[in-house]
Design a protein around this ligand. Structure first.
Ligand code: AMP
Length: 138
């Protein structure tokens, strides 16, 4: 399996496509998922190029996991969630649709079923407000 330099997340990392950015440092970009499975669904995208977890440099994983934890904590506070799910998919049969490594942080609200993976597009104003609320709590 090869890495496609023109996948959607590579284009966002290069600034060729816009996103609802929450945070960025030398290691990773954090942004809102525009087809969220719940309110506050956020993606952590390491900047290093890898297709997924299977071909990632362990150094990249070491650097990014503390940020995944920070985002999960921020999501709990910013959305007043009851729990949070962290997910990561490897290859299409496992549910991966964008082939650049990323981690999902999905707030869970008691009694509210999750939306489908890659379902309806969220409202941009709502995503912008959530990105701001998340950024304030990171
Ligand atoms: P995966 O199926 O694990 O590869 O997840 C890819 C995620 O990216 C899905 O949850 C999509 O909703 C999300 N997604 C796809 N395109 C965009 C985009 N342009 N901006 C933000 N999120 C996106």
């Amino acid at each position: 399996m090869t890495y496609d330099q023109n996948n959607i997340f590579a284009k966002i990392l290069k600034g060729e496509m816009s996103c609802h950015k929450v945070y960025e440092d030398e290691t990773a970009l954090v942004m809102m998922d525009i087809f969220p499975q719940s309110r506050g669904h956020t993606l952590i995208i390491p900047k290093a190029s890898s297709r997924n977890l299977l071909d990632a440099d362990p150094a990249t994983l070491s650097a990014v996991m503390p940020l995944v934890q920070r985002v999960a904590r921020a999501a709990m506070v910013a959305t007043e969630a009851d729990g949070v799910r962290v997910m990561q998919f490897n290859e299409a049969p496992a549910g991966q649709t964008v082939f650049h490594l990323h981690f999902h942080v999905i707030p869970i609200f008691e009694g509210v079923p999750l939306g489908t993976h890659g379902g309806g597009r969220a409202d941009d104003a709502e995503l912008a407000a959530l990105a701001k609320a998340m950024a304030a709590r990171l």
